[in-house]
Design a protein around this ligand. Structure first.
Ligand SMILES: Nc1nc2c(ncn2[C@@H]2O[C@H](COP(=O)(O)OP(=O)(O)OP(=O)(O)O)[C@@H](O)[C@H]2O)c(=O)[nH]1
Ligand SMILES: Nc1nc2c(ncn2[C@@H]2O[C@H](COP(=O)(O)OP(=O)(O)OP(=O)(O)O)[C@@H](O)[C@H]2O)c(=O)[nH]1
Ligand SMILES: [Mg+2]
Ligand SMILES: [Mg+2]
Lengths: 275, 290
């Protein structure tokens, strides 16, 4: 919780401590402290909120929908950040709007990844395409794409195995998965995947920037989901990610239930840092 | 990097007999930046700098190395000292089975680590039983069961509640003649009160030989709150750091070690079941410093 209060006298160190502990990183914190020093006012907390809010670039945070279905969403990220769970949440929200959703079990590697996605699909009302463990994830993805087209799904969401951005072979595999999604569409203006969504865990520190940077170079990430914000971590590194990589945070995960996904708003986020 | 930045600070030190206080303060500023970039917690950094300052003050300048190298060596040694000078293994219970309970926040690597430890102990000649007590996550028990099959170790999954599964697993371990039981638990945030209580109850009823916090090496500033809360509530016996194969600097290791005093016992270095090693502070210390 923030110890900054209205009218309270705060040292620069206290303010710096609070900002660093939100995982913003020294670079962003230094920028903020410099801006604060130029401002006058008794209510440090309000001034700080304004300055943090002002750091957010004006990015388009709307989901990208294909003019002709399916809208294809590729979910990527390192191990354990919440990709599969977030797919369930997205699918659930689309289905509540009356849309038809197909999931592709393209994580053919991790133990019980296919069973996990299968249970999620059944729970939220989505269909799923799967092969066997050890199958080529590109083949599963292509199979799912065929199904999505033939059976006119509104959304196709691709689950992928977690992987370290420092693993060149696994990043190449992901590029292949992305490429196969556009093979049937060389006439369309908006090639699938319309969204490459990177999932980041709010508890991860500065490494999230490196993750976003490498995944973005490889795949051209169109949006970020910041998960586990129901914990005490603030995920402040997203400021540097948005400013330097221009990737918008589109949603935040705030729990493990299927409706625990909220549209990202910089204003709400800034308020939450001070809770 | 830190070494070049320190070289700039200390190159004016030619002909001096001692590392000057002024040079040390400038050098500590650079160390501070390096540690914060490495995800070491803000307050832990402050404490570490105080300890390092004491070590560096009054040190004679050596002729054998540059002052920058000497200073880095002081910092590195202090890091290694705090991280724990040697790997400590797992305690064996006086009366079998030895029960090791794995806890931690969502996605940290508990289920995978459970199997990895199972393999290590099996290779040491122990008779291992894995117990899958996560009844919440879809296919969690299936996940541990698949891993258990891979390493040829039985996995117990029967029961309606985590406690029921754990107690039944203990009964079964005696029937099977197992001398090790590894308990996988559901991931939980340290602020999920009901779930933390559930772990306390499990600890009281099961009386594990060791409770191990499984924590992600990429964790940022909150590593301190996660580790200290789990430690206060459960009294941890050790920490296992996962995903050390990432290119994260791993400052969370220093933070968690410093606030809990718990030994880091193992590190996870990949997704394969073989990817687990004993923790040696030297390599992690170098990584944290960058
Ligand atoms: N508290 C909380 N837990 C979450 C959130 N999102 C995901 N989780 C949990 O994080 C854990 C990992 O989620 P997964 O969806 O399996 O993560 P993943 O990225 O698919 O993992 P891998 O496929 O193994 O790389 C699960 O226990 C989820 O319930 C969130 O927003 N809040
Ligand atoms: N690269 C790498 N991946 C790891 C390591 N340890 C675990 N993982 C991966 O991290 C992801 C999460 O691992 P799990 O074992 O499911 O984590 P968990 O703590 O049991 O997750 P919950 O039960 O949802 O809390 C999986 O994709 C694992 O393969 C490691 O040391 N290195
Ligand atoms: Mg997954
Ligand atoms: Mg698990």
């Amino acid at each position: 919780s923030s110890r900054l209060g209205k009218g309270k006298d705060h040292s620069w160190e206290e303010i710096e401590e609070m900002l660093i502990q939100s995982d913003m990183g020294i670079q962003t914190v230094d920028i903020l402290i410099e801006k604060l020093k130029k401002r006058k006012g008794a209510n440090i907390q309000e001034i700080l909120k304004e300055e943090i809010l002002a750091l957010f670039p004006p990015l388009n945070r709307e989901p990208i929908i294909s003019p002709s279905p399916p809208t294809v969403i590729l979910m990527v990220g390192v191990n354990g950040v919440g990709k599969t769970t977030t797919i369930g949440k997205l699918a659930s929200s689309f289905i509540k709007e009356g849309k038809k959703v197909l999931l592709s079990a393209s994580d053919t590697y991790r133990a019980a990844a296919i069973e996990q996605l299968g249970l999620i699909a059944r729970t939220v009302g989505a269909d799923m395409v799967k092969h066997q463990y050890g199958a080529d994830p590109t083949a599963v993805t292509f199979d799912a794409l065929q199904s999505a087209l033939a059976r006119k799904y509104d959304f196709l969401i691709i689950d992928t195995a977690g992987r370290m951005h420092s693993d060149k072979n696994l990043m190449e595999e992901l590029k292949k998965i992305k490429r196969v999604l556009s093979t049937k569409f060389n006439y369309s203006p908006l090639l699938p995947p319309q969204e490459v969504i990177m999932v980041l865990d709010a508890h991860v520190g500065q490494n999230s920037f490196q993750q976003a940077h490498v995944f973005h170079k490889a795949l051209n990430v169109t949006g970020i989901v910041l998960t586990k914000l129901d914990g005490t971590a603030k995920g402040g590194i997203i400021l540097q990610i948005e400013r330097e990589l221009e990737i918008p945070v589109k949603w935040v995960g705030v729990g493990e239930k299927w409706d625990d996904l909220v549209k990202f708003s910089p204003r709400d986020y800034v308020e939450s840092i001070f809770l | 990097n830190l070494r070049t930045r320190l070289s700039k600070i200390f190159k004016k030190l030619k002909g001096e007999a001692f590392l000057s206080e002024k040079n040390i303060e400038e050098a500590l500023k650079e160390v501070r930046i390096a540690l914060l970039e490495a995800d070491v917690n803000y307050r832990v950094v402050r404490e570490f700098l105080t300890l390092t300052r004491e070590k560096a003050l009054g040190k004679r300048v050596l002729n054998s190395v540059s002052p920058a190298q000497q200073f880095i060596k002081i910092v590195h040694e202090e890091l290694v000292k705090i991280l724990g000078e040697q790997a400590t293994g797992l305690l064996t219970a006086p009366v079998p089975p030895s029960i090791y309970m794995l806890v931690g926040i969502q996605g940290s690597g508990k289920t995978t680590t459970c199997a990895k430890l199972g393999l290590i102990l099996k290779n040491k000649g122990r008779k291992v039983l894995l117990a899958a007590t996560d009844t919440q996550r879809p296919a969690a028990r299936e996940q541990l069961k698949m891993l258990g099959e891979k390493i040829g170790v039985p996995t117990f999954t029967e029961g309606r509640t985590p406690l029921e599964i754990a107690l039944s697993a203990l009964k079964t371990s005696r029937k099977l003649g197992c001398n090790v039981v590894l308990l996988d638990t559901q991931g939980r945030l340290q602020v999920e009160e009901e779930l933390m209580k559930e772990l306390e109850v499990m600890r009281d009823r099961i009386k594990p030989t060791e409770i191990l916090l499984v924590a992600d090496a990429m964790t940022g500033q909150e590593a301190v709150n996660i580790a200290s809360t789990f430690n206060e509530r459960l009294s941890l016996d050790g920490i296992i750091l996962t995903k050390v194969d990432s290119d994260a600097r791993g400052g969370a290791a220093l933070s968690m070690r410093m606030v809990t005093g718990c030994p880091i016992k193992f590190i996870g270095t990949g997704e394969k079941i073989q990817d687990m090693e004993a923790f040696y502070p030297d390599r992690i210390a170098s990584r944290i410093l960058g």
